[in-house]
Design a protein around this ligand. Structure first.
Ligand code: ADP
Ligand code: ZN
Length: 761
């Protein structure tokens, strides 16, 4: 699609011969826009990109105008637009065309995509109801007024004020304190009336926001300087270019982002800075505030709907020139965008896991392309997709080899938990080596961080002797144990196997992994180190941002000796006194039944390791595993991301997984188990029939999802795999079976489509 012509055709200005019909889309799964008549009083006022309130069935709902037309030749009487809440379009032509692409690509409707691009609660949050007072519509003559007010000087002064101008209640209270009683009397005497006014909310932005000087910047290292030179050249050229900046944690990437953004601002342009939600910490925010003052709008999840709306409005009204935020910041309504920065580009939080299931990084690249802006993606552990894109020359590769201040990378060592059990008869969560390392750090008043991944609750089967984990022979993903059937299932291809009596590799005893969590770990640590100050941080203990911020303060102040946590604590923190990181059960990440589990485990371990030894003392990382010979650990130990990419890309190629193929996952969810099964099988047969002669397209499944039963709903997956995304999209578009299911979607049976799925669980 050519975005520029799209934009041209969308940017319609109101003209003399105003068009009488508007095409409207909604935040609903509808394929086509609906046409409405524009009533005479709104003719010429309705514009593309505005919201409208329209009759829809028996309700009235808000929609978005995507086109104006003077053609309507169907024999159906059109309904008319009821209300026009906006005086200006709230979606620009550029964002209209981006959301149109997004809806088509990710298989949601255009209206759903527009809605995702706007702040939640826009319809409510945009206004504030204010009570004001004005003079009564018919006043008695002056003599009578004088008589009515004679005995009350207070009433008179209130009345005189209102006579000068209409005034709202809060203002009245400040001008004339304690005026409630007087106002009530004036109302009773029918001299004034109180009415409710709908006012547009405004955010407070200091007058000088855009002229404040930039905060002082650091002198670049030669390595940073060389990279910045390339990036500023691209910024000067004002053409679309995309870069992948690879550098370990602490190598100075953020400093480069900041300087690039400053360069863009100096050119009078604007910038989006995307970070994973979890790393939008006070430290990050503080760094941007310090450099850019009030030019920054911060979009974090702690904001109320109103606050979120006000930040969005500041961006739209060009009162700020940088938006810092998570996934949805990609839609920041800037005109004149110069750069989009995506930190930790590999992070899975960039993919939205509900409709529309867009990937913010890929959306950012699309958006930048249409605007001739620069895209800068950064990571210590780039995704294989981006690594492959640099190999293909789609992204330019930039690399920072050293940590700032020549801090050393931590020393990584492995503990074989099989030996621990067999030879030392230790069945606890902590190995002897890790325990003594902890004791050692505690005696030196250094801090310890214990990491336990809890994601991927699917149960797997492994051998206690050799650590072997049962995998699907066809798909190379971990088999999931389903207790009800007493079977192991592959949730990609539906391969089924009996629970083996003995390990197929070494004939050792096999057991089901039944999961243990951070809570149990905390108990064990407390028992071993009764005097240590221990804090546990995971989804159960973090209610809101407060406990997160408290953990931060306490870590920095040295009030915590051992911090226990899940991946929540792996990102965006700099605790210089943490000198030991223990990974308690590294296999958990590795055995998640997803073809990306190895990549994820590598990224996670490398990120966790990056938490150790950022200060003067070199760090140590101890990884406990049942499977120390797994190739992935070697690359973690060597800190060799590129070699890992090399190896993992080769495997992906052999197994036909992304980035060498593309996937679309179709999910069928039903409250009725057999209905779900029948539907999935029927759809699977139809799709197989349809693609029988299509080369390079495969249909995997249907199969039970790894997390098959969630909240009494049963989930099935079908996976389309092929070389070419357009072909796959075409198959879905042509599938009658699928389209019927889509339109008959209900609470009982729901179908959803995930293009470029990120989590196949
Ligand atoms: P990353 O984003 O790669 O983790 P940062 O940009 O946060 O790295 O840099 C790590 C630390 O080094 C920060 O405390 C930062 O202030 C500091 N730093 C970065 N660049 C320089 C520099 N050129 N000179 C001195 N300190 C720097
Ligand atoms: Zn399989």
């Amino acid at each position: 699609m050519n975005i520029q012509t799209e934009i041209d055709s969308l940017s319609e200005k109101p003209s003399g011969n105003a068009k009488p019909f508007a095409e409207v889309v909604f935040n609903l799964p509808l394929r086509e826009p609906f046409t409405y008549k524009i009533p005479p009083q709104l003719l010429g006022k309705v514009r593309v990109g505005m919201r409208v309130l329209v009759p829809f069935g028996r309700r009235r709902i808000t929609g978005y105008v995507v086109n104006l037309t003077d053609k309507w030749d169907k024999p159906i009487r059109l309904k008319a637009i009821v209300e026009l809440p906006d005086t200006e379009p709230i979606v620009s032509a550029e964002l209209l065309s981006l959301t149109r692409w997004l809806g088509e690509y990710y298989q949601s409707s255009w209206g759903e995509a527009i809605s995702a691009a706007l702040p939640a609660g826009l319809d409510k949050a945009g206004y504030q109801l204010v009570k004001s007072v004005r003079l009564a519509s018919s006043l008695p003559d002056e003599k009578e007024i004088e008589r009515l007010l004679k005995r009350s000087p207070k009433q008179k002064s209130v009345f005189d004020l209102i006579r000068q101008k209409e005034i709202n209640l809060p203002e009245l209270q400040t001008r004339i304190p304690k005026s409630q009683a007087a106002l009530r009397s004036l109302k009773e005497k029918q001299l004034v009336e109180v009415y409710t006014e709908k006012k547009v909310r405004e955010a407070f932005v200091p007058e000088n926001a855009m002229t404040q000087p930039f905060g002082a910047s650091l002198t670049f290292t030669p390595e940073q300087q060389a990279i910045f030179k390339k990036l500023s050249l691209a910024i000067e050229t004002e053409k679309f270019e995309s870069f992948l900046l690879h550098g370990v944690t602490g190598s100075g990437k953020t400093e480069i982002y900041i300087r690039c953004i400053q360069r863009v601002l100096e050119k009078g342009k604007t910038a989006i800075m995307m970070v994973p939600e979890i790393s939008l910490t006070p430290q990050t925010v503080e760094r941007f505030r310090q450099r850019f003052g009030d030019r920054v709008a911060i979009l974090h999840s702690g904001l109320s709907q109103t606050e979120r709306y006000l930040e969005w409005k500041k961006i739209r009204d060009e009162k700020v020139s940088i938006a810092v935020g998570a996934r949805s910041a990609v839609f920041a309504p800037f005109k004149n965008l110069g750069i989009v920065v995506i930190d930790e580009e590999h992070d899975s939080s960039y993919k939205q896991d509900s409709n529309p299931r867009y990937h913010a990084r890929d959306t950012a690249v699309m958006r930048a392309q249409s605007l001739n802006a620069v895209v800068l993606m950064g990571s210590a552990t780039p995704s294989l997709e981006s690594a492959q894109n640099t190999r293909r020359g789609k992204y330019q590769y930039l690399s920072l080899e050293n940590r700032i201040g020549e801090r050393m990378l931590p020393i990584v060592s492995m503990v074989d938990m099989r030996r621990e059990r067999k030879e030392f008869k230790n069945f606890a969560m902590l190995s002897g080596i890790l325990r003594s390392a902890i004791r050692d750090r505690l005696s030196r008043k250094e801090q310890v961080f214990l990491f336990l991944n809890r994601r991927g609750t699917a149960r797997f089967v492994f051998c206690t002797d050799c650590g072997y984990v049962l995998e699907c022979a066809h798909c190379s993903v971990t088999l999931t144990f389903h207790g009800k059937e007493d079977r192991l299932l592959c949730h990609y291809c539906n391969f089924r196997a009996r629970m083996p009596g003995r390990c197929v590799e070494c004939h050792g005893e096999v057991i089901r992994f039944s999961g243990f969590g951070t809570q149990k770990l905390e108990e064990e640590v407390k028992k071993n180190f009764p005097d240590a100050r221990i804090t546990r941080l995971d989804r159960d203990t973090t209610r809101g941002r407060d406990s997160f911020a408290a953990m931060h303060r306490n870590m920095i102040a040295g009030k915590i000796d051992i911090l226990i946590g899940t991946q929540m604590i792996t990102k965006g923190h700099d605790f210089p006194n943490v000198t030991l990181v223990g990974v308690v059960h590294a296999d958990l990440s590795l055995n998640i039944p997803d073809f990306r589990s190895c990549e994820r485990a590598f990224q996670l371990l490398t990120q966790v390791a990056g938490r150790a030894g950022r200060g003067e003392v070199p760090g140590k990382v101890i990884i406990q595993t049942n499977n120390p010979d797994h190739y992935m650990f070697e690359f973690v130990r060597e800190h060799d991301v590129n070699a890992f990419h090399e190896k993992e890309l080769k495997l992906r190629g052999q197994l036909n997984y992304p980035p060498f193929t593309r996937l679309i996952a179709v999910e069928i969810v039903s409250t009725n188990e057999s209905l779900g099964k029948r539907t999935a099988e029927k759809l699977g047969r139809a799709l197989a029939q349809q693609t029988i002669r299509q080369k390079g397209v495969e249909i995997l499944g249907p199969s039970k999802a790894a997390l098959y039963q969630i909240q009494n709903k049963f989930r099935w997956h079908l996976i389309l795999r092929g070389q070419n995304m357009q072909t796959l999209q075409g198959i879905l578009a042509d599938s009658q079976e699928l389209n019927e299911l889509k339109s008959s979607s209900s609470g009982k049976l729901k179908l959803s489509i995930d293009v470029d799925p990120f989590n196949l669980l």
